[in-house]
Design a protein around this ligand. Structure first.
Ligand code: SF4
Length: 468
């Protein structure tokens, strides 16, 4: 399938950005404040960094709390029902803010509002929401803000455009030494339980030059841990004329000068090629971590999920990965209790977990998403029963995790000091995969690489800096 996207720039919105800057000063008479509330995955975190970039360019100061904000935006997630309920609760709190300060502007964007029934609910039941914008138009925030502040009626813009990528959107990154870099948008896979292709649209890959330029800029600004983002980064470049696939892109980024590590998420097992595994092995700056969501150990359920691989295919992939990257941390996502799953199917998931010995797992009980094919499949197993299976899975993974600890003990890793530890005078950082180590360190080492030897395990790995 062709994924050729037209790349456009932000110039039209730059005009609106200037206009908003003038307008807000006249309306408020002071530097207005904006609060961006983010729900969901790293893609949303990354999009929010662009929302903050646009708002800063529009003259807003970014604040953490919405209480005294003049502009409040909710960047929402549609993956779980629980998250949607939380978002509505939060939006409800802005009613009071709007009553006290009518000049405040409230907006909602992200995957949740791309669903027609949600947009309708916001229109009907949340009259104090000023702007609702979908995932394909969020770069038009300056335009919407300008129109609304100039007295236009409430704005609802949910149009989808699967052919365009907008570049040069201003970015205000949350971190200095860790950062997100989107390399593609959307998904073509249509797993039967997933809402993403409906709300984020078809797969579109950014031009390699644009990615490399942004990557270099991040490195120049001191970023040392960069995560490449996409719904399925392994299929980067598919159908594009430039002929750069994900493995080639990784090699190009690995060759960029500087001291940094590269991570990526998330991957679909069907697109994880031997070429990619060899590339990770060869690229010293790429971390030894493979997130390969298998979702179910039963081939019957995988077919119902429309995952394009079966149990045997997945285990062959793991074999290939372990041969080439024996030290890598393997992680995965699992859905328990998919419609039609029996206890026998679930036991196949359990046995796969025990066989592969994942470093960690993201486990979920199946959550129905309206509008997906799975939502209308027969689902006779009770929630209570699924809960029991889920507990069984957690227990199995706990055992695996205990065994896994041994692989780290006594080893030395080059670690980026990325957070303060649980005690004063301690910091934490990651191995070359996903495990976190705590160690004694001067606090000014935050954001620096150090060599850490793992000494033991007590509620987590601990170690000491050597040869700093
Ligand atoms: S690969 Fe499947 S689960 Fe992942 S985003 Fe695409 S449709 Fe959803």
């Amino acid at each position: 399938m062709k994924n050729i996207a037209i790349t456009t720039d932000f110039s039209e919105q730059t005009v609106y950005t200037k206009r908003v800057r003038e307008l807000v000063f006249n309306i408020y008479g002071y530097i207005p404040k904006a609060c961006v509330n983010t729900f969901g995955c790293q893609q949303n975190v990354s999009d929010s960094e662009r929302l903050k970039g646009m708002l800063s360019a529009c003259g807003y100061e970014i604040v953490d709390h919405m209480d005294d904000a003049d502009f409040i935006i909710f960047n929402t997630c549609a993956v779980r029902e629980h998250a949607e309920m939380r978002v509505f609760g939060n939006i409800g709190m802005t009613k009071k803010i709007k009553a006290e300060r009518p000049n405040a502007v409230v907006a909602v964007c992200g995957c949740m509002v791309q669903q027609e029934h949600i947009a309708q609910k916001l229109k009907r039941s949340y009259p104090y929401v000023d702007i609702v914008m979908g995932t394909h138009v969020f770069h038009r925030l300056p335009e919407f803000l300008y129109k609304r502040l100039s007295g236009s009626p409430r704005i609802f813009e949910l149009s989808m455009d699967n052919n365009t990528i907008v570049e040069d959107i201003p970015v205000k990154r949350d971190g200095t030494f860790k950062g997100w870099l989107p390399i593609m948008y959307g998904c073509n896979n249509f797993c039967t339980y997933c809402i993403v292709p409906y709300v984020r649209g078809r797969e579109r890959s950014r031009e390699p030059e644009k990615i490399i330029a942004e990557f270099k800029e991040m490195v120049k600004n001191g970023c040392k841990d960069i995560t490449l983002l996409g719904q399925n980064v392994n299929s980067y470049g598919k159908g594009c004329e430039h002929g750069i696939n994900f493995a080639k892109l990784l090699r190009m980024l690995n060759d960029v000068e500087g001291d940094f590590v590269i991570r990526f998420m998330t991957s679909h097992p069907k697109d994880c090629t031997v070429e990619l595994l060899d590339t990770i092995r060869d690229c010293k700056k790429v971390t030894r971590h493979l997130h390969l969501p298998f979702q179910s150990g039963s081939s019957k359920i995988l077919k119902r999920m429309n995952r394009y691989y079966d149990r045997e295919g997945y285990l062959q992939l793991i074999k290939n990965a372990k041969e080439r990257l024996p030290d890598a941390d393997l992680t995965s996502d699992i859905i328990v209790g998919f419609p039609g799953e029996t206890y026998e199917d679930f036991k196949e998931t359990l046995s796969l977990v025990k066989e592969v010995k994942f470093a960690s797992l993201f486990t979920f009980i199946y959550s129905k998403r309206n509008g997906t094919p799975a939502a209308i499949m027969d689902d006779p197993i009770t929630r209570e029963e699924k809960g029991k299976w889920f507990d069984e899975l957690l227990k199995a993974q706990e055992e695996v995790a205990k065994e896994n600890i041994n692989k780290y003990l006594g080893k030395t890793y080059r670690v980026l000091c990325d957070d303060f530890g649980s005690r004063d005078g301690f910091m934490t950082g990651h191995t070359n995969g996903t495990a976190v180590i705590e160690f004694k360190a001067e606090q000014n080492l935050l954001g620096q690489f150090v060599e850490v030897k793992v000494l033991g395990y007590e509620n987590g790995l601990y170690g000491e800096i050597i040869n700093n």
